[in-house]
Design a protein around this ligand. Sequence first.
Ligand code: HEM
Length: 175
Amino acid sequence: DWKTNESDQALIKATWSEDFETLYLLGSKMYLQIFAQDATIKALFPWIAQYEKAGRDFTLETEFRTQALRLVTTIAKVVENLPHLKGLDMHLYKLGHRHVKYLSNALKPLYWVAFQDAMQNVITEKMKSITKISETDRARAIEIWKDVVVYVNTNMKAGYEDGLKGIDKYPTGMF
Ligand code: HEM
């Protein structure tokens, strides 16, 4: 179970951005790292091959933009709703659970690792670029952000795995 304290939460909020273009750029970098790490993940998005066949750059297309934003808006939701972990646990679990509909047998356990690594790397880079905080805060921010990403993925993965077994921990949508 993830534990946070007030000063860590304040640091999370202070180092996150609400600027749409910044968020899009983060999500986009995450996906490009994920695809570079494992091409079989790229193949799960059939529109990519279609654009590539047509000689188009898929990163400029709406579908990519949408997918990139999905990652960062999920993180944004966690940032906005801290410290209400019970509601967040359920939201993330349900989101993971819905992935069974998209990928009933194509999502391998290793994919969670690829997503987790890419999300952590991109956020770490972003923390290194923030100059308005102290060196100590930056080092701490890098550590806490890694935990945020683990928290997101662990809850989503639990929902996905339960979904595969036909189990729903929150059948009424309440906790
Ligand atoms: C483990 C690897 C993952 C794979 C292979 C994957 C793949 C997919 C696919 C194929 C869709 C459906 C897209 C569509 O039909 O348009 C989807 C939807 C979505 N994904 Fe993922 N995903 C993964 C992890 C994540 C993570 C870690 C997050 C968030 C941090 C996330 C957030 C979302 C959201 C918000 C949606 C929109 C649908 C909904 O809300 O139910 N996914 N994903």
